[in-house]
Design a protein around this ligand. Structure first.
Ligand SMILES: NC(=O)c1ccc[n+]([C@@H]2O[C@H](COP(=O)([O-])OP(=O)(O)OC[C@H]3O[C@@H](n4cnc5c(N)ncnc54)[C@H](OP(=O)(O)O)[C@@H]3O)[C@@H](O)[C@H]2O)c1
Length: 301
């Protein structure tokens, strides 16, 4: 990846996304930032422009498919190469919420928006020359999808927090739960969306030649991601001294987006800037195909 490559970072207005953009600007990459909140996005652009005067910011709300389409249109209108897309924007909702399109909002923002944006930007990535990469910022929690209350899934989770790199053979993509408001639990919806990102990343890697697709876990990072849950947000504040800083949380995304040693490496999952095992369900082609078709239908492709 050469330093003047163009890198798009979503969710760049705060937290890990902003830290990722700053780290890449410092290394000489040309940044395209995507944010939702106008004031936060403007402040992020100002910070990044001090390191990369060529940086440009765009606004989009990933709770709206129309907004995602508008973003892609603006990006494509720039008629410039696109080397890297880092799908970093993400949300965790304590209570059930619907997107502007009537879809459960966690899956809409965390999976369907990047799914649609990827498809709309693929023609530009395909015509760009050189090393091209897509990075999906997922979470270790993906391995608990469908079984966040299960003791064995929690054991695997704790083992991985301790750095043991245990592969989960659990994890379920419960398609009926996507639309079931009554059974909604924030942690489940979040874990499911993070698993969907990895299933999509792996399937994209199988389908696409010449553009790599990998997923990452940034670590446990002191950000505002849990702001939708007062208890979790408070716990996060209290735990902040023991959590990674956003700059530390950005390291794996930056590594996967730029490391020369990862040229051509695709369909993998990384944590702590090292390859790590993802839940084995992401290797199930039938699940991947079902998710692909479900997603394509939802986003109107
Ligand atoms: N923090 C952790 O410990 C942790 C662990 C594992 C994975 N992750 C993942 O890391 C990624 C970054 O999260 P973070 O921890 O840095 O959280 P954060 O500080 O809350 O940042 C999230 C970013 O996503 C944006 N975003 C949220 N909803 C959006 C929407 N509807 N449309 C467009 N943008 C939206 C936010 O924009 P606004 O500023 O406008 O809200 C913000 O820029 C997420 O995908 C998260 O799931 C985080």
């Amino acid at each position: 990846m050469s330093a003047r490559s163009t890198v798009l970072v979503t969710g760049a207005s705060a937290g890990i996304g902003l830290a990722t953009a700053v780290a890449l600007a410092r290394r000489g990459y040309s940044l395209r930032l995507v944010g939702r909140d106008p004031a936060k996005t403007e402040a992020a652009l100002k910070a990044v422009r001090e390191l990369d005067p060529s940086a440009v910011a765009f606004r989009a709300d990933f709770s709206s498919l129309e907004s995602v389409r508008g973003l892609a249109k603006e990006l494509l209108a720039r008629d410039e190469p696109l080397h890297v897309v880092i799908h970093n924007a993400g949300i965790w909702h304590h209570a059930h919420k619907r997107s502007k399109d009537g879809i459960e909002d966690t899956i809409a923002v965390n999976h369907l928006a990047p799914f649609l944006l990827t498809h709309l930007l693929l023609p530009r990535l395909r015509e760009t020359e050189g090393d091209r990469r897509i990075v999906h910022v997922s979470s270790r929690l993906h391995a608990q999808a469908g079984e966040t209350a299960s003791a064995s899934a929690r054991m695997v989770h704790l083992a991985n927090i301790a750095g043991l790199r245990v592969r989960s053979h659990g994890g379920r993509l419960d398609f009926d739960a996507f639309d079931d408001e009554r059974s909604y639990r924030g942690i489940e919806a979040y874990a499911r969306s993070k698993l969907a990102q990895i299933v999509f990343s792996c399937e994209l890697a199988r389908r696409e030649q010449g553009i790599t697709s990998n997923a990452v876990h940034p670590g446990s990072v002191a950000t505002e991601v849990t702001r939708g849950n007062a208890v979790l947000a408070r716990l996060n504040q209290l735990a902040a001294p023991f959590l990674k800083t956003p700059a530390e949380g950005a390291e794996t995304s930056v590594y996967v987006a730029t490391a020369p040693s990862l040229k051509g490496v695709t369909g993998r999952y990384f944590a702590r800037s090292k390859e790590a095992p993802y839940a084995s369900i992401a290797d199930d082609r039938a699940v991947a195909e079902r998710l692909w078709n479900w997603s394509a239908e939802r986003v109107g492709l």
